[in-house]
Design a binder for this molecule. Structure first.
Ligand code: GDP
Ligand code: GDP
Length: 461
């Protein structure tokens, strides 16, 4: 379970800078195509062992003649609706401006919790702005410098109460470690139960309009009952589709939403993003359908990132393969784009199919089952600790001010997606780059391709 943090505030306060810092530079580069009007951006965020989805509202405004304030209001309200917590950012150097006050008045009425962030707080010039910001009535400001990366530990502290408990099991584990010296009862040592296998795999089919989602669904279930066609969606809004393939059961989530999205025109497409997110959250495996003729554009990649940051497993379905002329080139394109945009998650399955002709549907379902299996994988603690010992021998964490953060041990606390608790003496001091290194190494060592992996830092003596 991930949570969503949205960045709001007037232009120029540093939302994008903070977004980049939380999401990692690489992602931002991919997104920032010059000259392209940005809609909102969403990416997996990561700071001090907390992982979440970060949403940046910069540039969300519609191209209309509305006043700035009206646009801001709309953008803010939309963003708040889908967030668990909002960071309201002001520029401490500029002090509180009328537009900030306007924002604050909207935010004070919102049901979503709001944390006030005083950005650009490096140096003395920010002091008066910091004090001024108390008048906004949103509690104590968190001083931060997004540009210089200062104040991130305070930000983590402030966000912590809104992070979901990793699930009760995991919480108990962590407490147990402190209370006794016996260590947690790791999920990794429990075998997969029969019940796991008999449960249907919840699938979502997502993608832009016209890529062939409905056609795919029909081919998969082998009946013309769900369908496109003029009267589709008018009456049967809550169809649940179940089917079986080999010894596995599948359940498609939210076919109604799927049809709705297939009919939206360009103008309302932005709103469909919220819909997509909702569907993703219901699924175990998400089939992201892309059109072989227009492979993995920006919007496709945004959806892919959403799937990952929501902790779901992802299969990329390149549809309409029947009409592709240069298949080698098309495949290379997919691989390059995936590497550039999702390089941090190695091994995402890409399946080329023709939904219309029913080609390669078995390969697709195989990929779904494989990915689902990895997503459910449990790794025994003994293996994990042998692994971490090896890593520490060959590539220990870097020294920080002459001291080394000590990693004590690691255990899997959850599957779906595989989630590991790493016990360290100073969780906030383990560099992000090193956390990413560990995650990548873990993925390779235990053969965990194509699914999100989570590493939780826990304080342990
Ligand atoms: P946005 O419009 O809210 O997304 O703001 P940007 O992230 O584009 O930042 C606006 C300007 O403020 C840019 O020139 C940034 O380099 C600068 N900026 C962002 N964060 C900081 C900070 O922590 N300190 C200082 N001094 N400047 C910052
Ligand atoms: P949706 O909006 O994503 O649900 O897309 P549809 O399933 O309605 O398909 C959009 C169009 O693409 C329809 O005209 C389909 O016949 C066509 N289409 C779907 N799959 C394929 C395919 O595998 N090959 C070809 N050539 N056309 C396809």
């Amino acid at each position: 379970m991930s949570f969503t943090v949205v960045l709001v505030g007037r232009p120029n306060v540093g939302k994008s800078t903070l977004f980049n810092r939380l999401a990692g530079k690489k992602l931002a580069l991919v997104d920032d195509t010059p000259g392209v009007t940005r809609d909102w951006r969403s990416a997996p965020g990561w700071v001090g062992g907390l992982s979440f989805t970060v949403v940046d509202t910069a540039g969300l405004e519609d191209v209309t003649d509305d006043s700035m304030e009206a646009r801001m209001r709309r953008q803010t309200e939309m963003a708040l609706e889908r967030a668990d917590v909002a960071l309201f950012i002001i520029d401490a150097r500029a002090g509180v401006t009328p537009l900030d006050r306007h924002f604050a008045s909207i935010l004070r009425k919102s049901k979503t919790p709001v944390l006030l962030v005083a950005n650009k707080s490096e140096g003395k010039a920010s002091k008066s702005g910091l004090y001024e910001s108390y008048e906004l009535g949103l509690g104590d400001p968190i001083p931060l410098s997004a540009e210089h990366g200062e104040g991130m530990a305070d930000l983590v502290e402030a966000l912590l109460p809104y992070a979901p408990k990793e699930d009760d099991e995991a919480e108990v584990d962590a407490v147990a470690v402190e209370a006794s010296d016996e260590g947690p009862v790791p999920i990794g040592d429990q075998p997969e139960t029969e019940a796991d296998r008999s449960k249907p795999i919840q699938i979502a089919i997502v993608g832009r309009p016209n890529v062939g989602k409905s056609t795919l669904l029909n081919s998969l279930v082998g009946e013309e009952r769900v369908l496109t066609g003029p009267e589709a969606g008018m009456t049967r809004d809550a169809i649940s589709v179940d089917w079986q393939w080999r010894d596995r059961r599948f359940k498609l989530v939210d076919t109604a939403g799927m049809r709705r999205r297939a009919r939206v025109d360009e103008k309302v497409e932005k709103l469909a993003v919220a819909d997509t997110l909702r569907v993703i959250r219901m699924a175990n495996v998400v089939m992201l359908v892309v059109d072989a003729e227009a492979i993995l554009d920006k919007q496709d990649l945004n959806i892919a990132r959403m799937v990952i940051s929501e902790g779901r497993s992802l299969v990329i379905v390149v549809n309409k393969w029947d009409i592709v002329e240069d298949r080698a080139m098309a495949l290379r394109q997919v691989e390059d784009k995936l590497e550039a945009a999702l390089g941090y998650i190695k091994g995402v399955k890409v399946v080329t199919i023709s939904a219309l002709k029913g080609h390669k549907l078995d390969t697709l379902l195989d990929a779904v089952v494989d990915t689902y299996t990895v997503w459910n994988r449990r790794i025994p603690t003994s293996q994990l600790n042998r692994w971490i010992e090896g890593v520490l021998d060959h590539h220990p964490p870097p020294l920080i001010e002459g001291r080394r953060v000590k990693i004590r041990y690691v255990t899997q606390v959850k599957s779906r997606p595989p989630t590991f608790a790493l016990f360290v003496n100073k969780p906030l001091e383990l560099p992000e780059s090193y956390q990413r290194y560990l995650t990548g190494h873990l993925r390779d060592s235990f053969d965990l391709p194509g699914v999100p992996l989570r590493l939780l830092l826990r304080k342990g003596k």
